[in-house]
Write a protein that binds this ligand. Structure first.
Ligand code: SAM
Length: 326
């Protein structure tokens, strides 16, 4: 088990399988984004080796992300190898859903338990405006395929002022009335080049709850007010599902953080919203033993920052969300 200097046990690793994506969401990356050469990214065996080391250190929850993780060559094989690693208890994925139509069943067969599918709006035109590429129908096909494959599905929506902060959010929340889904609204966070856009477009949980409540009625806290992962959970009257809010900007949940991130180029990112990273790829390729890498990871986790300091105007500039692995 590894802990940081604040006494938090860190046992959840989000692994970015690639920095590439088949969408260009306005809040995530520029349309002409350039990507890292393949040789600079963790190879399959390197990912599996690191998972094994993390699992021995007590990490048991793993989430595959990106970029778009389903674009990773051999993604099914990678999932299977992670699932089979001793100590690994859950393997989940965050995806835009576009390729789930084809991949959901093989990934389920490989042991993938959950997917969080990003869907910011149900409106095709707004979807295009937000994601630039892709269609909302493809996402729906993906969601259905995941459900048919027996994978637990949650829906994620990043809310952007003047894009999807009104009727779109209400329509997404309405889905929980007749579906057992958790629809989670994520406050937009600022990173690198697009920080100005992000900061001016962030919509707070408070504002969003008021918008949803005005149309669909009161949202009642569930789960005894405890966080489900990062989400505060609420229910609309008579709903089958829940509405979640991930409010990293206005209501940070750093005290309960159990996470670290492994970027596609093998850096251990200790806090999403802080620049501090530790390189694992270079020592691994220079011949470091598992014990040495475990030592580097343990030391890095010890120095994990408490959390973000956006209110002091400290914004992470070294990478955007797609390069970190959200
Ligand atoms: N491509 C996958 C997807 O679309 O879900 C996984 C990677 S994506 C970076 C992970 C999540 O981060 C998505 O839900 C996405 O909407 C969210 N995201 C991207 N940029 C963000 C930002 N600036 N603030 C908050 N969430 C963001």
């Amino acid at each position: 088990m590894v802990s940081d200097r604040f006494g938090r046990t860190i046992n959840y690793l989000r692994i970015s399988l690639t920095d590439k994506c088949n969408l260009r969401c306005v809040y995530c990356m520029p349309e002409d984004m350039t990507f890292r050469p393949k040789a600079e990214l963790l190879q399959d065996d390197e990912i599996v080796r690191l998972v094994n080391i993390f699992a021995k250190l007590g990490f048991h929850k793993f989430r595959l992300t990106g970029g778009e993780p389903t674009l990773r060559m051999n993604v099914v094989d990678i999932i299977e190898r992670i699932v089979k690693t001793e100590g690994v208890q859950t393997v989940a994925m965050t995806t835009n859903g576009l390729l789930l139509d084809k991949l959901a069943q093989p990934m389920a067969d490989a042991g993938l338990q959950r997917v969080n599918v990003s869907i910011d709006t149900l409106d095709s035109d707004k979807f295009k405006k937000l994601t630039r590429w892709g269609t909302v129908d493809e996402v729906w096909d993906g969601i259905r395929a995941a459900e048919e494959a027996g994978i637990e599905v949650k829906l994620n929506a990043v809310v952007v002022r003047n894009y999807n902060d009104k009727q779109d959010a209400v329509d997404l929340a309405r889905l929980t009335l007749k579906n057992e889904w958790q629809v989670r609204f994520i406050e937009m966070m600022p990173f690198g080049d697009v920080a100005d856009f992000q900061q001016s477009g962030t919509v707070s949980q408070e504002e969003l709850m008021a918008t949803i409540g005005a149309e669909l009625g009161e949202l009642t806290a569930v789960n005894d007010g405890n966080l489900d992962g990062e989400a505060q959970l609420y229910k609309l009257a008579g709903a089958m599902g829940t509405v979640g809010f991930i409010s990293s900007v206005t209501q940070p949940f750093c005290a309960s953080c159990t996470r670290a991130r492994l970027t596609a180029d093998g850096r251990l990112r200790l806090c999403l919203l802080r620049e501090k990273e530790v390189d694992l790829l270079t020592p691994m390729r220079a011949g470091a033993t598992d014990a040495e890498l475990a030592g580097t990871i343990t030391e890095a986790i010890w120095w994990k920052p408490w959390g973000h300091i956006l209110d002091e105007d400290v914004i992470p500039l070294n990478r955007g969300m797609s390069e970190i692995g959200g």
